[in-house]
Design a protein around this ligand. Sequence first.
Ligand code: C5P
Length: 232
Amino acid sequence: VENLDLAGRRVVVSAGGTREAIDPVRFIGNRSSGRQGVALAQAAAARGAEVTLVAANLAADVTDQVRTGPQACAVVQVESTAELRDAVRAAGAEADVVVMAAAVADFRPAATPDAKIKKVPGQGPAPIELVENPDILAELAHERLRAGQVVVGFAAETGDATGSVLEHGRAKARRKGADLIAVNAVGSGRGFGTESNEVTILDGAGDVVGLASGTKREVADALWDAVTKLLP
Ligand code: C5P
């Protein structure tokens, strides 16, 4: 039987990775494939939601695939963090749920010249001054574009001397103020660019409310299960 527990709900999912222009031809980017975000969008559509996917630099064939078929989603394509923020907030104003699955650049070049930066023979590289990007997830969580809106984030963590993957995830959950944070361990072939995923779902207080592993679609469905429990 079909599960249509998101019927009548509007959801926004961001996916992919933002690119920050250094000049007209160069950028600072990241290796996010966007697969987990796409799986979230398609899983929500399959469960009856009206979905807007804010796609940051996804491959063209992936974007085409998301736009078509029985689980079709509206797609808004963006490049930079500023564009992603505008698109998420525009679609989010009417949404019951916003999921920030995109890998957002923490910093961007302070200025972007109109012309390509030239290499001057004999001179060393010019430094690139960076400024901090807004934290879109924290903004959404603290402002709430709409009463009762459920705000969900991701945290890709590695364990280190200052704490385990889960400890870092807990601290992030509390800091960001989102209703749910999906924490995944990255590094050593896990997470980025792979087909499967393993996440621990935390609530805003950092308490574990779910575990999910398997394909990115299975992880997506586990996350929507946790989201539906929070919907009014
Ligand atoms: O702080 P960190 O980048 O690890 O947090 C990851 C979560 O925050 C993801 O959900 C990501 O989409 C979101 N994020 C954001 N704006 C930023 C940085 C991260 O919305 N500038």
